[in-house]
Design a protein around this ligand. Structure first.
Ligand code: PMT
Length: 396
């Protein structure tokens, strides 16, 4: 396997404990993680923790005879996809802003030939300190990515800006930064999750869409440089990184939200499992049980995707089809009926609620199979496919 190498720098701050979790997330995702700690960092967490989690030697000292050429400041970043420093202290930020090289980590950062990302962590007053703010502005001007800081309660008991982001957030930002920017400048509107059609005050008709596929595509589109608006039915998932989320319940609410946003989008992706019918005259009160048969009258919902694709100056439209049989035949018929340049066909039994998916992309050129993989991997491949088709369908 061709593993991506990441250098994880850790400087002195109590948030260093979160970097153990960050190391674990990176290793779990298949990265080859090389940890470099400042001397101050080792007062907070020991090197052995990071050695055990990363499976690699941890470096703390410029003068380290374990490297045959004694040049860890050069060797460690060669071939690396990125250097990420988390936590980055005010002192470390000041050093990088001024090109100072007085320990292994600051020297390695100066000698790197890959992107640098930092996750600041410090007391709120130190974060607001004008010299620190000038240093941060300098790093941004130098092309360094700054992740966070977050706001909230701090280890010192004060409350404000300066908390290091959680490990998962840093991981998500790092992954986003490493993806090719194939949708840079494009505006993507998506629907995701289930809809809910009310029967009475407590009951409704819904389905088992978890939102995982749509949220993964929202994340992949953001990673690819797009501006992302996600119109979502009810799910238990956190808003994907970089997306503006509009929460809806029913198909009618989803349609209203899509209509309000669609003029401003270049690409529309319908991932939601939208109810085909809604209940005519739902009861305001909870319907009482009695011995009679209860009949619900259902009326068809508008087709949101077909409505978008038939607009004059329609965005590039991508549909989904979940079928339980005759997948390709039914899906291609759906693509042609809804006039879509691209449709993603998946099997109901593989797709609903699962963490993985297996899909066939149908377009005017034929079929492209994406074998079973985590939904984020499928989403990134789908985004790359959209980026290849888009210029042939749309002239901006
Ligand atoms: O959320 P997960 O658990 O991750 O599951 C993902 C998924 C299975 C929901 C997703 O991969 C998927 O297949 N979504 C489409 C589900 C479906 O069967 O849609 P459909 O065949 O009813 O509709 C076809 C297309 O038209 C879809 O793009 C749908 O969003 C759209 N549609 C349908 C009806 C309607 N009233 N409005 C629409 O926009």
């Amino acid at each position: 396997m061709n593993q991506k190498k990441i250098v994880l720098g850790i400087t002195g701050g109590v948030a260093a404990y979160k970097s153990a979790e960050l190391t674990r997330l990176l290793v779990k995702a298949g990265y080859d993680v090389h940890v470099v700690m400042s001397e101050a960092a080792t007062h907070f967490v020991g090197t052995v923790t990071f050695q055990a989690l990363s499976g690699n030697i941890v470096y703390t000292d410029q003068w380290d005879a374990r490297r045959p050429n004694n040049m860890p400041h050069i060797d460690l970043t060669r071939g690396a996809a990125a250097v990420i420093v988390a936590p980055a202290s005010a002192d470390f930020i000041a050093k990088v802003a001024h090109g100072q090289c007085d320990d292994l980590l600051s020297t390695l950062v100066a000698a790197r030939d890959c992107p640098l990302m930092i996750a600041p962590a410090m007391n709120r007053q130190m974060w607001e300190n004008p010299p620190n703010q000038r240093n941060i502005a300098q790093l941004k001007a130098d092309g360094v990515s700054i992740f966070g800081p977050g706001n909230g309660e701090q280890a010192c008991g004060e409350v404000g800006d300066g908390r290091m982001l959680e490990a998962q957030d840093i991981f998500d930002h790092l992954e986003a930064a490493l993806q090719p920017k194939v949708l840079k400048g494009k505006r993507v509107l998506l629907t995701a999750g289930p809809t809910f059609e009310r029967i009475d005050a407590v009951r409704g008709i819904t389905n088992t869409s978890s939102g995982k596929m749509g949220y993964a595509i929202a994340r992949a589109a953001y990673e690819a440089g797009a501006e992302v608006v996600l119109v979502s039915g009810e799910t238990s998932l956190p808003t994907p990184i970089g997306a503006r989320q509009i929460d809806v319940k029913s198909a009618q609410q989803m349609l209203t939200a899509v209509e309000a946003e669609v003029d401003a989008c270049d690409i529309f992706i319908g991932v939601a499992a939208v109810a085909d019918y809604y209940v005519l005259n739902p009861s305001e009160q909870k319907i009482k049980k009695d011995a009679h048969i209860l009949t619900l009258e259902l009326a068809p919902n508008p087709d949101i995707l077909a409505g978008v694709s038939s607009r004059p100056n329609a965005p590039f439209c991508v549909g989904f089809a979940a079928e339980s049989e005759n997948l390709l035949e039914y899906a291609e018929a759906k693509r042609l009926r809804k006039k879509l340049p691209l449709l993603v066909a998946n099997l109901v039994q593989n797709a609903f609620g699962a963490d993985t998916n297996e899909v066939v992309l149908l377009d005017d050129h034929g079929e492209t199979r994406l074998h079973s993989a985590p939904k984020i991997d499928i989403a990134r491949k789908l985004v790359a496919h959209i980026a290849r088709l888009y210029p042939n369908v749309k002239q901006d």
